[in-house]
Each structure stands twice: as C-alpha cells, then as structure tokens.
Design a protein around this ligand. Structure first.
Ligand code: CA
Length: 495
C-alpha cells in the first residue's frame, strides 16, 4: 500500500500573476513519480483582496476565478479553467487534490447594514457589555458580479456573530452582533484563548444559523461537482465550533467519499487541547503537529545544545500518531509571517527525515523546501527584509526514500543527546533503511539488524557518505554520520 505523502503546493509569498494552477498541472506527473500522493492547494475562491489575495480573506466561495469580482476574474493562482486543469492533471496522475476551506469569516462585504452590536473586551471575549447600540457594519454579501450563478444565497447580519469595525458611530474593536442566534453570546466549542476564541477577523460566520450551515454543506457538494476532491484542509478550526466540523465532515464523507482525507488547522502545541478537540469531532480529523514543528524550530536554533533524543517529546505524533500530520514549516511559520518560527535550513534534512521515514504520522512537505522561494517583505522591526528560502538539496531524495525504503517495523535508537538513529526493518517484499543523524559532532550508531542481515553491505542513499558498511556475522553494524548531518543507509543491492 502506498504511504500518504502531502505537499503544500504554495507559500505565503507565492508570486501573483495567476501562474500557480498552471504550475500544478505542469508538475503533476513529476510529483507523482517522486512519491507525492496528496497535494494541498491554496484556497481557490475569491478573496477580498482579489488577485493579490493569498486566499484566507474569503469573499465568495463560489467564485473559483470565474467572475469579475474584487477587481479581477482570476484569483492570485489563475482562473477557473486553469484550476480545473490543475485538479484534472492531479487526478490523472493518481494524486489527490486537498482543498483549503476557509469558513470562519468573510471579508469584503458588498453592502453595509444597520445592525445591533455590543462591545466586547478584546482581551477577554466573555466580557460582553450589556449595552446594545445601533451602527453600520460590513455584513451584507450579495455577489453582484456573480448574479446568483451556482448559489442564490445572500449573506447578511443574521449570518455573522461578530465584526471588528462599525460606522456611525465609527469604532474599531470586537463587537458581538445581536441577532436571532446565540442570545448575544459567542459560539461554544471553540478554543478558550482570550476567554472564547470564536472571533478571529472580518465578519465572523454564525454557524448556529441553520441556513448558513446548509449553504456550507451545499458548497462542499457543489465543489465536488466542479473538480476532483480528495480531501480538505480546514482553516482556523480553533475559531469554529467543533460540532460544526464534526457534522460537516461526516456529511462530506457521506456525499463525496468515505476516504476523504481531512486535516484541520488547530494551531495549538498543547496535547490536552488537541485531545479534547479530537473527542468533540468524534476523531474524524487529522491535526497538524504544532508541538513537533516547535521542537524542530528549537533544535535548529540551539544546534548541538538541543537534546535530539527528546525531539518527539510532547508531540502529537508521539501521543496520537493516527491523527498527526507532521510538518517542518508552512505558510504561517515561514520568515516574516504571523506564526514565524521557521526551521533553519541546516536542520531541515534532519527534520524531514524524522517525518518522512518513520512509521508514524502523515508528513507534509512545504513547497519552498522542494522548489525554493525568494521574497521581500516588512518585518516586525519595521524594516524591509530579503528572504531566500533555499531548496533543501536532499529533500526530493528523502521523499523518494519514503516510498522505496521506509517499510516495515521500526526500532528506535533515540539514546544520545546529539546522535540518534532509527531502523525500518523492511517487509518480505520491500527493503528497509537505517537513518542516522547528528546535530553535533560526527558520530556512529551500532545497530542490530538481525542475523539474517549478516554480510549485507549498505550505502548512504543520500550520498553524504561514500563508504560501505558491511553487517557483521552477529547481525550488527556501525553506521556513521557526518557532524550536523544525516545519512540514510540502505542495502547496496536495493539502490
Ligand atoms: Ca468564529
């Protein structure tokens, strides 16, 4: 059975100009032969910032680059036809398209409405003032450029739970909309940061309005009629009531396929929070392993001072491996982005081996690590920075190694603070590998491969070492690694 390997096919600074969908189509065959099984695509629908929107400012879920709205027909990634072509190319090559779903909020309303609101303490959202006042809010979405095609649904003040700006009186802050839903309170079953983390940005979607709920179910079914849907990546799950995704994902699996791959962005390093969330969604979802990403970040910054034998301590893949999507970096953690905790390039080969070659977790490769990325933006310090994210030279070989050699039972040698190894013993049909890495000095690891391996010679698949290791009569061998480096030892006759 092919192991699942995700690729996040974009980053925050993917260039504008409508090229990405074409690039997906061009690369689909090569990705499949490398061993990528699932491609996570950026949000495909029109955002409030039009053709420069990364896609997390949802304006119109039904505009896949088809209508002249927000200043252009195409999105940042291309027009609807090229999106369809991209999804087709993936499907033809047996690669699943994972679609990014941003339901928490909408932005770029077409009209303002007279609404009733109550002021909220931005630092403790459970503190909602008793006093209700009237103001104008950006809560009416009629999509005049689409003219009811695909859906006639109009979003208005009954469809949202809160906003961050009102007019007449002009104020900014956090405001609870007072409408027919929730008796003036936020949605429950959301993260408890700031007391209640329902509100994130824009016009916050009110999931307790059944018409909204039905429209979002309809949208999922509709998307599946437009393009191939292999799964979903659910944005901002901390801010959306858990019961909604429990029901919505169940409905999508009933309507589209029971095999849909669904991963939620519940960006939290605490296993208790993730465990509670998984219980609330009936364990139907995968979650990103934020804690492991943070360990990779720390390890890359601390060098030899980081105890690499503890790299999996506190991670999701250690405690709930069946629900862990493991990653090294993403569009929010890359340099100059909101959750910036980037992993330095020297450590990325080690980090990728730790997610790609082990039994546990579904690994997610990040586009710039495979193809590179350069950009310029303003940092927190107010200065402009030129960022170059280099191609991680051995990453494509590590992805290939996952398919060719990451097979069979696993034995860990996570027993030294700066040099660790793990063995995949292979199966009857498929070879295994011995992965050795050091975040300090050059080292070596004595590994027991069993008497049946006696006399077998091993070479480093990554080519970082050019020596040959021959297993002794006792089934043991010592596998070397360069300082701050990694080697993936495989049977010479399997290379
Ligand atoms: Ca919300």
């Amino acid at each position: 059975m092919t192991q699942r390997t995700l690729l996040q096919f974009f980053h925050w600074y993917t260039p504008n100009g409508g090229r990405l969908w074409k690039e997906v189509a061009e690369k689909a065959e090569a990705l499949a032969s490398m061993g990528i099984t699932d491609v996570w695509l950026p949000p495909a629908y029109k955002g409030a910032a039009g053709s420069s929107s990364v896609g997390y400012d949802t304006y119109d879920l039904f505009d896949l680059g088809e209508f002249n709205q927000k200043g252009s027909v195409a999105t940042k990634y291309g027009d609807r036809t090229s999106f369809e072509n991209a999804c087709n190319a993936l499907q033809i090559n047996g690669v699943r398209a994972i679609h990014d779903v941003v339901f928490n909020h909408k932005m770029g309303a077409d009209e303002k409405e007279r609404v009733k609101v109550r002021r909220v303490n931005a630092d403790d959202r459970t503190q909602i003032e008793d006093d209700t006042f009237e103001a104008l809010a950006h809560t009416r979405f009629t999509f005049p450029g689409r003219q009811d095609k695909h859906s006639k649904f109009v979003w208005d003040k009954q469809c949202f739970s809160g906003v961050d700006v009102v007019e007449q009186p002009d104020e900014t802050g956090v405001f609870k909309l007072v409408n027919e839903y929730g008796e003036g309170q936020w949605n429950e079953q959301v993260d408890d940061e700031l007391g209640n983390f329902d509100y994130l940005m824009g016009a916050d979607v009110e999931f307790r309005n059944n018409a909204v709920y039905e429209e979002l179910k309809y949208w999922g079914r509709w998307l599946n009629e437009q393009v191939a849907v292999g799964g979903f990546r659910l944005d901002a799950a901390k801010h959306i009531p858990a019961w909604f995704f429990r029901d919505w994902v169940g409905h999508m699996r009933d309507s589209i396929s029971p095999d849909l791959f669904v991963v939620a962005e519940y960006w939290h390093p605490d296993m208790a929070a993730l465990g509670s969330y998984l219980d609330l969604v009936d364990k139907q979802l995968m979650l990103f392993d934020v804690a492991l990403h943070h360990s990779f970040h720390d390890a890359s910054k601390q060098g030899a001072n980081f105890d690499i034998s503890r790299i999996f301590d506190g991670s999701l893949v250690a405690s709930m491996p069946d629900h862990a999507v493991t990653l090294v970096d993403n569009h929010d953690t890359q340099p100059l982005q909101s959750l910036e905790a980037t992993v330095d390039p020297w450590f990325k080969p080690l980090a990728y081996a730790l997610i790609l070659l082990r039994e546990q977790g579904v690994p997610c490769v990040f586009y710039p690590d495979l193809f590179g990325g350069s950009y310029r933006d303003t940092g927190d310090d107010g200065n402009e920075h030129d960022i170059d994210m280099p191609v991680i030279e051995c990453l494509s070989k590590l992805v290939e190694a996952r398919n060719q050699f990451a097979h069979g039972p696993q034995t860990d040698y996570l027993d030294h603070p700066s040099c660790i190894a793990f063995v995949r013993h292979g199966t009857v049909d498929l070879p295994g590998c011995v992965t050795v890495m050091s975040n300090g000095n050059a080292g070596e690891k004595s590994v027991d491969l069993g008497a049946e391996a006696a006399g077998v010679s091993f070479r480093d698949y990554l080519g970082h070492r050019d020596d040959e290791v021959v297993v002794g009569d006792d089934g043991k061998a010592s596998f070397p690694v360069h300082g701050g480096g990694i080697s993936v030892w495989v049977r010479a006759d399997a290379m």
